[in-house]
Design a protein around this ligand. Structure first.
Ligand code: ADP
Length: 552
């Protein structure tokens, strides 16, 4: 697909320079354009900032009809339209919160014999719900003027992904209705299973796939234990490494965003918060101040980010656990788009896992969309919740692992091979370069699982550890756990080490954290249960558990 003698090559190159001001193509851009211009269905995996927009905007410019672009966020669409109009490329969008008369006018223009639009952007729910739109698309199709259908952020189609949107699933109807129009699916994040799901759900035929490395060599990754002094640590980190530079701090809840922003302001940083409870004008104002460098630091939920295109973000800090490796990779991807060094620091505490898990089960985690009217509570059941929990456990496993190269762990998740030698000590694990020992912790693991069982699967990890260490505390005595045969069996095992084994057992799903209750103040407790099926081999002496560790 990299050939330069397609009928459109000359026009393509000229317009790339003249209209978009680019001197050349970035990796895969020419190839993607050639494949879609040849009428193929195309699936593109390109990292954030890789230049996906050009792969459909340039073809739209040199084709005779209209390109339909489905994009999840109105703010993102508005940003794109603004850039297109600045470049004198006629474009419009339709969204549910536009005036009806305005929508009618755009639809009328579409069906007129001389439609001036080159690109029409719509949100996915518009496709799902607007018959008027579908009729106009049928009309365009019949006149052979529906050039191309672009699905931006295509991973949202998949229930396996970290950002599933129900309205995306109905997009399969497009290929069905318009079989001769090529589809171009774009995403910056997808594992092999998500890709399969997307290709299938969209009904792509004989699809050409482009993917490029997701490694971002200019980003440095580290995971730091989150303690009570977390805010002091963050303040010091920024002052020492990125003072007065631009950054994003991702927080779990809206309240966290406000608290973190306030603390940073107290420490002398130009910080503001951004989340879904603010009205759109307020959000737009904060984003603008940030774009103009009048605010350096945005403390935000994941609602902030999709489509943010600030090149000089020097750090992305996660104040709490991200929901998935894919999400984490994408959030970190907003740093260092200019190719200069940037830091990605994640403050990790296991208790955040319990908190996020609880929020997921309640459907109260903010997603990176409010424009589409989508709320996670609408799908807070069954398979989706299971997938979310699995994704979250993947993230816990990433954080608990302070041994393997962080890049390697992320890239393996995307099905990419990566030799940690090439990390060149740009992650905390490689930097520490510990001399590691593999330790057989089967005995400890077996004891802990047995203890959970003999305590009737009704106690927290910290209680189990107390009993294992032989505590005679009031609470241990109250439940007569001092009489259990394994009481004190772990006298010689350090508590932190035993805790690591428990966390490993949770990651392996041999133990399950059952989030139990949330009091008025939102605090959450959890109890450990045994997954009998997964624990069977361990308890029968048929499974060994090895931990690679610096501690043993
Ligand atoms: P993505 O959608 O993949 O995150 P964008 O399409 O927003 O990335 O492009 C990111 C930036 O790169 C934009 O500022 C865009 O103008 C710029 N860009 C895209 N293609 C090229 C190119 N061939 N040469 C120079 N800059 C480019």
């Amino acid at each position: 697909w990299s050939k330069r003698d397609f009928p459109w090559t000359k026009k393509l190159e000229a317009n790339n320079k003249k209209v978009f001001g680019n001197h050349s193509f970035r990796p895969n851009q020419r190839e993607v354009i050639n494949a879609t211009m040849s009428g193929k269905d195309v699936f593109v995996l390109m990292p954030t900032g890789g230049g996906k927009s050009l792969t459909y905007q340039l073809p739209a410019l040199i084709c005779p009809g209209v390109t339909l672009v489905i994009s999840p966020l109105v703010s993102l669409i508005q940003d794109q339209i603004m850039h297109l109009l600045q470049a004198n490329i006629p474009a419009a969008y339709l969204s549910a919160n536009m005036e009806w008369s305005e929508q009618q006018e755009i639809l009328r223009e579409l069906c007129s014999g001389h439609c001036s639009y080159k690109l029409l952007y719509v949100t996915p729910e518009k496709v799902a719900k607007s018959n008027a739109l579908l009729r106009q698309l049928e009309n365009l199709y019949a006149r052979e003027l529906l050039d191309r259908i672009v699905i931006d952020e295509a991973h949202c189609v998949s229930q396996w992904g970290h950002d599933f949107r129900p309205d995306y699933q109905s997009l399969g109807i497009l290929k069905h209705k318009f079989p001769n129009t090529p589809v171009l699916a774009l995403t910056a994040t997808a594992t092999a299973s998500v890709k399969e799901d997307v290709v299938q759900a969209l009904g792509l035929v004989d699809c050409v796939i482009f993917r490029q490395s997701f490694n971002r060599p200019n980003l440095r990754f580290s995971v730091i234990p989150k303690t009570k002094k977390c805010m002091e640590d963050i303040d010091k980190f920024i002052k020492d490494n990125h003072f007065d530079e631009c950054g994003i701090i991702y927080c779990l809840s809206r309240m966290d965003c406000e608290k973190v922003a306030e603390k940073l302001q107290d420490c002398g940083h130009k910080a503001a918060f951004y989340h879904g409870s603010m009205d759109p004008d307020q959000r737009a104002k904060v984003q603008k101040l940030w774009s103009k460098d009048e605010i350096n630091i945005i403390c935000a939920t994941v609602a902030f980010g999709m489509g943010i295109n600030k090149p000089d973000v020097r750090f992305v800090i996660h104040h709490s656990l991200p929901k998935s490796i894919e999400g984490y990779h994408q959030e970190c991807g907003r740093a260092g788009r200019d190719g200069q060094h940037a830091s990605c620091v994640l403050y990790y505490s296991y208790s955040d896992y319990i908190r996020v898990k609880h929020m997921l089960s309640q459907g109260s985690v903010e997603q990176n969309s409010f424009a589409s009217g989508y709320r996670s509570s609408t799908m807070n059941s069954g398979r989706v919740l299971e997938t979310n929990t699995e994704n979250l456990l993947g993230m816990v496993s990433y954080c608990e692992n302070d041994v393997d190269c962080r890049r390697y762990l992320q890239l393996v998740h995307f099905g990419e091979k990566f030799d940690p030698v090439n990390c060149r000590k740009t992650c905390d694990s490689c930097f520490k370069n510990q001399s590691l020992v593999n330790k057989d912790v089967t005995g400890i693991a077996k004891h802990l699982v047995e203890l959970v069982k003999s305590a009737q699967q009704n106690f927290s990890a910290s209680h189990i550890l107390e009993v294992y260490k032989g505590s005679m505390s009031q609470i241990v005595k109250k439940y007569q756990h001092n009489t259990l045969s394994l009481h004190g069996a772990g006298q010689n095992v350090a508590k932190g080490d035993a805790l690591r084994v428990i966390r490993h057992l949770v990651i392996e799903e041999i133990l399950v954290e059952d989030v139990k209750k949330s009091d008025l103040y939102g605090s959450v407790s959890s109890i450990l249960k045994v997954n009998e099926k997964k624990a069977y081999d361990l308890l029968e002496g048929r499974q060994t558990i090895i931990l690679s560790c610096g501690w043993c």
